[in-house]
Design a binder for this molecule. Structure first.
Ligand SMILES: Cc1cc2nc3c(=O)[nH]c(=O)nc-3n(C[C@H](O)[C@H](O)[C@H](O)COP(=O)(O)OP(=O)(O)OC[C@H]3O[C@@H](n4cnc5c(N)ncnc54)[C@H](O)[C@@H]3O)c2cc1C
Ligand code: SF4
Length: 406
């Protein structure tokens, strides 16, 4: 079950089964939080609670719970990227939040080093936070610098949709791990060569991430053209009719984000439903029809090619539910003041819109590495700074870089 399914969503089914059988009933699926599990048992909705992915994400969950260290539990975020997506491809189970998962035989539990080093981590996204937390847990002296006022990097964008706020839970868990391990975190400071020289570290981990690509399309510098990242972060507003260039994960999530503007929020829905203020068809329409019209234009034959098998169908379904129109095998060849010109197998067409949102991928941002070659003995480049990919790789590479420090 993907993260779009709310935590504990299907407990009501266990409760109904329990009413009619005289055998113990186990509630399961999207129960990753021990406090939620406790609540289910206290309410009598089930006799036991089953967790699978929660224990892949943090095998020490029961131990931490018994020691009353619940805030140290690493939550399974329901991303399915390391577990189900791997299984569907006949690959061993791994995990987004637990880079040791599936490799316990090769990577022993973290133990403190006898040769602590002075480590500088640059970038407070998932790669940097993972590297910093791991290095500090190994006993190194670690400082992390993040140039913006907020930690988390692109996780803040990945978690922008209400249905995907588990990425914010992941950010919070990584920040908490870094803090409790003793990382000195500095936000709002852009690390440069001078800062690195002054700090004089034994090792530098560069986790400076990436920036959104601006494609070379005529008209791209128009005032009505914005980046998807800016829409998701609330920095850019959009008009009534939006065309999104790019139908990968970012384009799809931005499409859903915009299409949801003006739809009923869960609290209002609950109120109107409870008081039968509208019939169910009207409520469904109010939940799915917002105030924006959205078109996604993708040049590849398929949308969401970069989304894992376990989650792609959910995101495509959400596009349909929210009335987002999509075109594949179609290239935007020009942006005009009135919209975009598209070409599909030789046929040229014009789509009218008042805002064009760009979601065509990420370019690595790694401006410091070349200047450090002669001055720092150990330098690691991790996450999107090395090559734009996913948070899964970023967390893994940050972890592995920390293990390599000698
Ligand atoms: C909308 C969206 C949805 C996504 N969905 C998913 C998903 O479902 N699953 C998934 O696995 N991945 C997803 N990703 C991708 C994932 O978020 C990125 O791959 C991941 O965040 C990369 O991590 P990073 O730490 O390498 O870089 P970033 O997250 O980009 O973090 C880099 C950080 O470094 C900081 N920085 C840069 N230069 C400096 C400097 N000189 N000094 C100090 N700080 C600096 C930046 O401000 C930034 O905070 C998504 C991304 C987006 C935009
Ligand atoms: S990969 Fe994602 S869904 Fe699977 S166990 Fe890890 S956090 Fe949970």
């Amino acid at each position: 079950l993907p993260m779009e399914v709310p935590r504990g969503c299907y407990v009501y089914l266990a409760r109904e089964v329990k009413r009619v059988v005289n055998k113990p009933v186990i509630a399961c699926n999207r129960i990753n939080d021990p406090l939620l599990a406790e609540q289910i048992l206290r309410e009598g909705s089930a006799d036991m609670v089953g967790m699978a992915r929660g224990l892949i994400a943090d095998p020490d969950l029961p131990l931490k719970l018994s020691q009353k260290k619940t805030d140290e539990i690493l939550p399974c975020i329901g991303c399915n990227q390391g577990c189900f997506d791997h299984i569907f491809h006949w690959e061993p189970v791994a995990c987004m939040v637990n880079p040791r998962a599936g490799r316990e035989g090769q990577i022993p539990p973290l133990s403190r080093t006898s040769t602590p080093r002075k480590i500088l981590v640059i970038g407070g996204g998932p790669a940097g936070l993972s590297a910093a937390a791991t290095a500090a847990a190994l006993g190194h002296e670690v400082s992390l610098y993040e140039k913006t006022g907020e930690l988390g990097g692109q996780l803040n964008l990945a978690g922008a949709l209400d249905e995907r706020t588990e990425f914010i839970a992941l950010k919070n868990a990584l920040v908490h791990r870094s803090q409790t391990a003793g990382v000195a975190i500095h936000t709002g400071i852009e690390a440069d060569k001078k800062l690195i020289d002054t700090y004089n570290p034994d090792a530098v981990i560069l986790a400076t991430g990436g920036n959104p690509i601006l494609p070379r399309i005529p008209g791209i510098d128009g005032p009505h053209v914005v980046q998807a990242w800016d829409v998701l972060s609330g920095k850019a507003a959009v008009g009534e009719h939006v065309v999104i260039i790019g139908g990968g994960a970012v384009g799809i999530e931005t499409g859903i984000f915009i299409a949801k503007i003006g739809t009923l929020d869960p609290e209002a829905l609950h109120f109107l439903f409870l008081h039968q203020a509208e019939d169910t068809e009207t409520l469904r329409a109010l939940c799915t029809r917002g105030i924006k019209k959205v078109n996604i234009v993708e040049m590849l034959p398929k949308l969401g090619k970069d989304i894992g098998m376990s989650t792609r169908w959910v995101e495509l379904k959400m596009l349909k539910l929210y009335g987002v129109e999509t075109l594949t095998d179609t290239m935007v060849t020009e942006i005009t003041p009135e919209g975009v010109i598209v070409s599909r197998q030789g046929d040229v067409d014009h789509i009218t819109c008042d805002t064009v949102v760009v979601a065509v991928g990420t370019a690595s941002y790694n401006s410091l590495e070349s200047s450090l070659r002669d001055s720092v003995d150990q330098c690691f480049v991790v996450g999107d700074a090395q090559r734009p990919r996913k948070a899964y790789e970023a967390i893994r590479e940050g972890f592995e870089a920390a293990l390599k420090i000698s």
